[in-house]
Design a protein around this ligand. Structure first.
Ligand code: SF4
Length: 224
């Protein structure tokens, strides 16, 4: 099996709410969002095996609360359940960053109590999904959202906004969609920041501001 992991960030205070963690960056992705900040991870090959990364995590287990499985798309990888089980076996928390493209993997992780927190990317409504992600995985995203809503697992929904792809009106429609589905958490908006190379060469974007969403009935939090 090719190595699944592109890189490891040994320590973060920013990527797991209120926890110290390391980040495991999984190589490859089932989407190709043109604004993606991580083209080298999405297009590159893994360099680190499950086993070597677990050795690293084991050495850090007393220093960290948890492990963030990110990428790329971590749920694409065979063996992700066993990998999460090994981390849970070290009595560490597991957070999954996912685009929702593999609901069957997410379901299996939830059913086996192998995930403690999920950050789910909401790329677009179905009408714009192909443009934003270069994929046809909206139905899979929707299934992931629905299963997280009924799971009781703490999770957040977040959207990266590039003004060439999504408008404030689109975000309002996406907010209505979330509300209809029964999502009750905050909705996090991350304005695209063009300070690194991107997958589709996208750069300058007009940022959205909290005033663009005043008076709505869901808490929309701008993260930058
Ligand atoms: S931004 Fe898109 S292409 Fe990049 S890792 Fe996330 S889902 Fe994959």
């Amino acid at each position: 099996m090719p190595n699944p992991i592109y890189n490891i960030t040994p320590f973060t205070l920013l990527d797991y709410p209120d926890k110290t963690a390391c980040i495991i960056w999984f190589a490859g992705c089932n989407m190709k969002c043109p604004y993606c900040y991580n083209p080298e991870i999405v297009l590159g090959k893994g360099k680190i095996s499950f086993s070597d990364s677990l050795t690293f995590i084991e050495k850090r287990r007393n220093l960290l609360d948890g492990v963030v499985l990110s990428g790329g798309e971590c749920t694409m990888h065979h063996g992700i359940e066993q990998y999460a089980a090994e981390i849970k076996g070290m009595h560490m928390l597991v957070k999954i960053d996912t685009n929702g493209g593999h609901p069957e993997k997410l379901r299996a992780l939830i059913q086996r109590n192998l995930v403690d927190y999920v950050a789910l990317d909401f790329k677009s409504l179905s009408s714009g999904f192909d443009k934003v992600t270069k994929s046809n995985l909206f139905a899979q995203f929707e299934e992931s959202l629905e299963l997280l809503i009924v799971s009781g697992i703490p999770f957040e929904v977040r959207t990266t906004v590039h003004s060439d792809l999504l408008s404030a009106h689109d975000i309002q429609e996406m907010t209505s969609f979330l509300k209809k589905k029964g999502y009750k958490g905050n909705y996090y908006i991350q304005n695209f920041v063009g300070d690194t190379p991107t997958l589709g060469g996208m750069n300058y974007s007009v940022p959205l501001h909290s005033e663009d969403f005043a008076g709505g009935d869901m808490e929309i939090v701008i993260r930058n």
